[in-house]
Design a protein. Structure first.
Length: 260
């Protein structure tokens, strides 16, 4: 079964229109379009996957609990973003590479004033990154390294030498999540997407900097002690989000919740 379950008037069409065919990339892009932003606005959405019992990873990676349609939505969300924000640990574990240009989204990105592919912004305090990787040496848009003012000076210099743009978003070594959002927006990167990991997402949640969560619920059970989609500091009062849309395919639920 493949269908869209209407939640709000942002839903693009009826379930019957898509029940027997694959969603096109244009339809997915319309369904996941960023809201209109004012001249000083920015929007941070997260894209995560979780099993039914709350595991965000299996054997340290998200791919085993994902699926084909999840990856199509993953690519669509990237294609709509100005910048993909990711934690250094996730870069190391998932083997991050530069975002690629995709012909299917070229006209849409050009109309939105975007370059051919989103930039990647890596959030790190210790700068423990391999700057010889393609993520830093051959991206379509220069990779950004978001760190604090107290980051190791030799590592900052190495990042700059590799061609990365260093963004200072904290007075000490650590990054202030809300300031990171503002600093990226100030560089024109206002449509933001974070792909985690759980610790980084937890920091955005605790700072009340997250505007939207796109969560794939995988029809799997993993048990074990895998992380949830968000970790780290807790919030005093849980943040309430409003449902925006729900898609279903092969037992996977593709949900979107937005800030109230």
């Amino acid at each position: 079964m493949r269908r869209l379950l209407p939640v709000t008037d942002q839903t693009p069409a009826s379930p019957q229109d898509r029940a027997d065919r694959e969603w096109s990339l244009d339809e997915l892009a319309d369904a996941y379009a960023y809201p209109a932003l004012g001249p000083d606005g920015h929007w941070l959405r997260a894209n995560m996957v979780s099993t039914l019992d709350g595991a965000a990873q299996h054997d340290g990676r998200s791919e085993p609990i994902s699926g084909e349609t999840d990856m199509r939505i993953f690519g669509t969300l990237r294609a709509l973003a100005d910048v993909v924000v990711v934690g250094a640990e996730t870069v190391r574990q998932e083997g991050y590479r530069p975002a690629r240009a995709r012909e299917a989204f070229a006209a849409r990105r050009a109309a939105a004033g975007q370059g051919p592919a989103p930039a990647i912004a890596v959030v790190t305090a210790r700068m423990d990154l391999d700057f010889s990787l393609p993520l830093f040496t051959s991206p379509l848009a220069p990779t950004l390294v978001v760190t604090g003012a107290g980051a190791p000076a030799d590592r900052v210099a190495e990042a700059v030498k590799a061609g990365a743009e260093v963004v200072v978003a904290g007075d000490g070594a650590a990054v202030d999540p809300a300031r990171a959002v503002r600093e990226l927006a100030g560089r024109g990167l206002r449509r933001q997407l974070t792909e985690g990991g759980p610790r980084l997402l937890g920091q955005f949640v605790a700072a009340d900097a997250l505007d939207e969560l796109c969560l794939t619920i995988s029809p799997m059970l993993a048990a074990g002690d895998a992380q949830r989609i968000a970790g780290g500091p807790s919030v005093t009062v849980p943040h309430r989000l409003a449902p925006a849309s729900v898609l279903e395919e092969a037992g996977f639920l593709f949900t979107s919740y937005r800030r109230i």
